[in-house]
Design a protein. Structure first.
Length: 93
C-alpha cells in the first residue's frame, strides 16, 4: 500500500472540490454513488460512509415527519373512495 493520499486522477475533482459539492451531490443520491471520484478515492468513499451513518443516526434521533410516497397514494385513493361513496351512481356514459 502506498501512503499517497492524493487523488489518483488529476482530471477528476480534487477531494476538496468533491467535498465542497457533497451536499449538492447528496441531494441526488444516485449521481453520488456513481460519481467517478468515489471510484478513485477511498478517502472520500470513507467520508461518505461516515456521513451516511451520521445521517442515519440523525434520522433516528430526530425523526422527521416525512411521509413516504405510498402514504400519499393511500390518502388519495381513500379520498377517491370517499367521493365515490358520497356521490350517488352518476355514470354518464
Ligand atoms: Zn477524494
Amino acid at each position: 500500500m502506498t501512503e499517497d493520499t492524493k487523488c489518483l486522477n488529476p482530471k477528476s475533482l480534487t477531494c476538496y472540490q468533491f467535498q465542497t459539492r457533497l451536499p449538492e451531490l447528496i441531494g441526488s443520491e444516485e449521481n453520488l454513488i456513481a460519481h467517478p471520484h468515489l471510484d478513485q478515492c477511498p478517502i472520500c468513499g470513507a467520508l461518505l460512509a461516515d456521513l451516511e451513518s451520521i445521517s442515519e443516526a440523525a434520522h433516528l434521533l430526530f425523526p422527521i415527519a416525512e411521509p413516504s410516497e405510498g402514504v400519499w397514494e393511500q390518502i388519495e385513493s381513500a379520498i377517491e373512495e370517499e367521493k365515490g361513496r358520497l356521490e350517488p351512481e352518476d355514470e354518464t356514459q
